[in-house]
Design a protein around this ligand. Structure first.
Ligand code: MN
Ligand code: MN
Length: 468
């Protein structure tokens, strides 16, 4: 054996292996990923807002034997229960052989995505056009949301307490809505503005009508009146009902395969439905795990996880306490022994914007799930930094189950930053680390993910529930 080969051997022994990636996966596995993603595409198209995501998740859960959780009932290993929080978050549990005695296994993803919410008093008429005033939700680059078809989604509660669910614009037969932008001919001043200022928050007004009510009466605001009449005919609502509503605009288009090879899916809301769906299916596919496993799909992550449907709410804690009580365990002890995958996306390396990333510590499309030891910003502020021990445990679990994985940070140091629900889970004294799918163009109306990465995420959550 010559010296060079020895050195090479030493390198192979001591250095990190070269990235494996999709090239090492069999055609059969890729086919499985493609098939899995057909289900994901349907989920995504049915989950424009968190209430719709809960409804569709519940439909899948009930089809697969999950029943509403009753804290006064006795459960056996393999039993499957769900618990819904205010129609906007859902927890699904599969009771383990050991119940909660050795802690639970938690996979937590969020089902809210950046969007354009209606203001409480949205409708007005200006120069014979009817518009809605909006207040954007989550981190968006405002210019991306202009001049594209938008759909209206949400729920209105009327004075008598009845609820109306609205979903209008996703179907090509239905009308859609739009935020206008200035034509280039007259945009000489606008295009000189900084990108953050070119489209102002107060200019995200959505065009919703243009024809006046058909009447001979000489009245003002007839276009607005006509819109209100259409809304009243269709949904039975009046202008006052906007006060007790949660309505928003999201991109109208359905998700699509992207690229000649159809390897990617483009769509709205991959962050974080692309982790929610695999975590949901992993729970559904679990038979009788050792520890009770829980998939929790939460709300409000995009605005800081505040509120009673966000991860900072005690909802999940109470659910776990209830499960613990059934086993005669103390809730806080169960939490202390629990382990969690914070199932959220991270930024995939984008060669067009390479300078925003640090190539050695970025995640790449088609390289499997990304583990982020920490997120946050600046000098690791606002994050839970997973311990070496827990990283070791998760790493072994992924390796032992042949799951394609990578590690990465969210862009280069001091380039910006972001957070996930991980730190709120960690605060409950639970071991937690972020594991999810890399995304290109995150938070844009049309985000991109790889089908293979979605499937690896499913395999990771399944292994976490059943093999750890
Ligand atoms: Mn997210
Ligand atoms: Mn996000």
């Amino acid at each position: 054996m010559d010296e060079k080969t020895k050195t090479k051997q030493l390198k192979e022994q001591l250095f990190m292996p070269a990235k494996k990636g999709i090239a090492t996966i069999s055609a059969e596995e890729i086919k499985k990923a493609d098939e899995f993603c057909e289900g994901y595409k349907t989920f995504l198209d049915n989950s424009a807002v968190e209430r719709e995501a809960v409804r569709y998740s519940l439909f899948l859960a009930k089809e697969n034997g999950f029943e509403e959780f009753d804290p006064d009932k006795k459960y056996n290993p393999g039993d499957r229960v769900y618990c819904i929080n205010r129609e906007k978050a859902i927890a699904l549990a599969v009771i383990g052989k050991n119940g909660t005695k050795n802690g639970t296994r938690l996979s937590i993803a969020h089902i809210d995505s950046p969007r354009v919410d209606l203001k409480p008093n949205p409708l007005y008429e200006d120069n014979s056009l009817a518009l809605f005033k909006t207040h954007y939700y989550g981190g968006i680059k405002k210019y991306q949301w202009t001049v594209m078809p938008l759909a209206l989604h949400g729920t209105v509660v009327k004075l008598d307490g009845t609820k109306v669910d609205i979903s209008l614009g996703a179907d090509e037969e239905e009308p859609c809505f739009c935020i206008t932008d200035l034509l280039p001919h007259l945009a000489q001043e606008q295009v000189q503005e900084k990108m953050a200022k070119a489209i102002k928050g107060e200019n995200l007004n959505v065009l919703v009508g243009s024809r006046p009510l058909d009447t001979d009466d000489e009245e003002s605001e007839l276009v607005k009146l006509n819109v209100m009449k259409i809304l009243n005919d269709k949904y039975g609502i009046t202008e006052n009902d906007f006060l007790s509503a949660e309505l928003c605009f999201v991109p109208a288009q359905k998700c699509r395969d992207v690229g000649f090879d159809r390897g990617l899916i483009g769509g709205y809301g991959h962050d974080d439905k692309v982790c929610a769906y695999p975590a949901l299916i992993a729970a559904i596919d679990s038979d009788v795990p050792d520890c009770t496993c829980i998939t929790y799909l939460t709300d409000k992550e995009e605005v800081g996880s505040d509120g009673n449907t966000g991860m900072q709410s005690d909802f999940l804690r109470y659910f776990i306490y209830d499960l613990a009580k059934l086993d005669g365990e103390e809730g806080y002890r169960v939490l202390s022994k629990s382990k969690c995958l914070s199932a959220d996306v991270n930024a995939a390396f984008d060669p067009t914007y390479a300078s925003a990333y640090e190539a050695k510590n970025s995640s790449y499309i088609n390289n499997g799930v990304i583990i982020s030891k920490y997120t946050g910003h600046g000098g690791k502020y606002d994050t839970s930094d997973a311990s070496a021990e827990y990283m070791g445990e998760i790493r072994s679990m992924l390796e032992n189950n042949g799951i394609m994985w990578q590690v990465g940070e969210l862009g280069k140091v001091d380039g910006g930053g972001g957070g996930t629900i991980a730190k709120y889970v960690a605060n409950m004294n639970v071991d937690v680390v972020d594991l999810g799918v890399p995304v290109l163009s995150m938070h844009a109306p049309f985000e991109l993910i790889s089908k293979v990465d979605v499937y690896e995420a499913y395999r990771a959550f399944y292994a976490f529930f059943n093999k750890l």
